[in-house]
Design a protein around this ligand. Structure first.
Ligand code: G3P
Ligand code: MG
Length: 343
């Protein structure tokens, strides 16, 4: 798969494969495209900009709604990416709507976690910042944090409390993305979890805690989660989503099938009826063996894992514990002057 070569017409016609791209360390590093990723993505579209190869992004990152992320990715990568092609770590939180739609919940992490949850349909979402702002000294060192000394008018929290958190119990906590102020987040989450969701409350049944992902290799992410386990005297009850959970790959398969139905030019395998036919191969292209490769392996057929060396994995050949089906790619999206094509 080389950014300067043409997709074979056979591939276009059969439409029997799909691609799941990891974002961080494969497509982008920060906001900078890796190698020739924009050029390579453009080749998945036809001359009039129509999608000819079903593909999506499967990232454990997040913090902003999928609609916004799709727009941001489209701008950075120069192709028209739909929100349905962006599966973030927290995307499965949508499935918890029935349970918590009208309950008071708390959401934390970088970006705008409360907005993410509100866009999924949750009606009573408190950001951790807003919750903390209801308490005078929940963060005893806040005055030393220069970055929090912005005027109240510039802050997102409403000046008038929207909920009486002393009488209204928080029913669930959601770690939507990486923590920004780890110390405060751990402190506040411990308070919420250990008090049963009601500060000073007698009921200490821990409210459910959900993590968007738990890939620890990435900049020791979710340190908050590890510390919570240390601090909580009882066993911490939690659920994590994101890769490498097999259901993430099953869900990706469903989305790719839907994209295939709308993009595939050849319906001969379905008696001429538009619709999906089984994929021969689904490629998972990632940089993290214990997340991307492990996930694809656990998901089994038709997943095929490809490990790049542009992010977490920096080994020479393949990973020892989670060897990919194809590895040893210094640049997956090589530009002609970078490296010769390998696939
Ligand atoms: O914060 C993003 C990082 O944790 C993982 O993102 O795209 O490599 O799954 P990705
Ligand atoms: Mg990655």
């Amino acid at each position: 798969f080389h950014s300067s070569s043409k997709l074979s017409s056979n591939h276009k016609k059969r439409c029997n494969f799909g691609i799941a791209f990891d974002i961080d360390g494969v497509i982008l590093r920060g906001r900078v495209p890796v190698g020739g990723s924009p050029q390579a993505l453009r080749r998945l579209y036809g001359d009039s900009g129509e999608l000819i190869v079903p593909y999506l992004f499967l990232t454990n990152g997040g913090g902003i709604p999928e609609t916004k992320r799709a727009k941001e990715l489209s701008e950075l990568l120069g192709v028209n990416i739909m929100a349905s092609q962006v599966v973030q770590g927290h995307s499965p939180f949508r499935n918890l709507l029935k349970k918590f739609e009208n309950e008071l919940i708390i959401a934390t992490g970088k970006g705008d976690p409360a907005l993410v949850m509100s866009e999924y349909g949750f009606k009573k979402v408190l950001s951790l910042e807003e919750f903390a702002s209801y308490f005078e000294s929940i963060d005893p060192v806040s005055q030393y944090k220069r970055w929090t000394t912005m005027p109240q008018s510039d802050r997102k929290e409403p000046a008038v409390p929207r909920y009486n958190v002393l009488s209204k119990r928080i029913k669930a906590a959601f770690v939507v993305s990486d923590p920004v102020d780890w110390g405060r987040d751990i402190q506040v989450l411990c308070d919420v979890l250990r008090s049963g969701g009601l500060p000073g409350g007698a009921n200490n049944n821990q409210p459910p805690l959900y993590f968007a992902a738990d890939d620890l290799e990435y900049q020791v992410r979710y340190c908050a989660y590890l510390c919570l386990m240390e601090i909580n005297p009882k066993r911490l009850e939690y659920v994590t989503y994101g890769k490498p959970n097999p259901f993430v790959f099953k869900n990706a398969e469903v989305i790719l099938s839907q994209l295939q139905s709308s993009s595939c030019q050849d319906h001969s395998k379905n008696n001429g009826v538009p619709g999906s036919h089984p994929f021969e191969t689904l490629y998972m292209i990632g940089d993290n063996p214990s997340v991307d490769v492990k996930g694809a392996q656990q998901a089994g057929h038709p997943w095929f894992s490809i490990l790049t060396r542009t992010g977490v994995f920096q080994g020479k050949d393949n990973h020892a514990e989670f060897p990919a089906d194809l590895a040893n790619l210094p640049y997956f999206f090589a530009l002609p002057d970078q490296i010769s094509p390998l696939v």
